[in-house]
Design a protein around this ligand. Structure first.
Ligand SMILES: [Zn+2]
Length: 193
């Protein structure tokens, strides 16, 4: 799924189960950081454009470094290290990163219907591709209606939580932006009871 959908989904979980804004953002990050292993795409694009060798880091490493158990363990550990409630953030980050992989498992197909556009999850990557691989042949397309609907539902929830409960992903980053956001919603939809 797209990083925006991943972020919204993990924010909604974090916002529901945690109290501290910093911890919420750390757990929300656990929902997008698995895609660090897709950054090889930059090199794949730039290297030949700058006269260097052809690379295929994206194809080789995406879903292989941080979408399985070992990579998620590392991500959850690093995020928990920066947290207020470390144990809680570790457990939720671990779970949320798994939700990321699950979302990719169901909805990260490329633009065509060919087998090459299906993305498996390598659960024991980066150590092996021999076993523990998950692939769903009916995988939704990345821009399929299922992903679009899911993203819209998440957005509606984020807007509702901001309007009703004065909580949003902006609050940990910029209380001022958060305040303006909530104010704009309450001006438009009225003050909640
Ligand atoms: Zn991913």
């Amino acid at each position: 799924m797209s990083p925006i959908t991943h972020f919204l989904a993990s924010w909604v979980v974090a916002d529901t189960v945690l109290e501290n804004d910093r911890d919420k953002m750390l757990v929300a990050l656990a929902g997008i950081l698995p895609d660090l292993d897709s950054l090889g795409v930059v090199c794949d694009f730039l290297s030949p454009a700058l006269g260097g060798p052809e690379t295929q880091l994206y194809a080789d490493y995406h879903h292989f470094l941080f979408h399985g158990f070992p990579g998620i363990l590392v991500l959850a550990g690093v995020l928990a290290w920066r947290a207020v409630e470390k144990k809680k953030v570790f457990l939720w980050a671990f779970l949320v990163a798994h939700i990321h992989s699950l979302c990719d498992f169901v909805g990260s197909r490329g633009p065509t219907d060919t087998i090459e556009d299906l993305w498996p999850i390598y659960y024991w990557g980066p150590f092996t591709r021999e076993f523990g691989n998950f692939l769903w042949t009916d995988q939704w397309k990345l821009n399929g209606w299922q992903n679009v609907s899911f993203t819209i539902a998440l957005l509606i929830w984020v807007f509702y939580a901001a309007w009703k409960y004065d909580r949003s992903p902006f609050r940990p980053i910029s209380p001022k932006v958060h305040g303006e956001f909530v104010k704009a919603l309450r001006n438009r939809f009225g003050t909640p009871e």
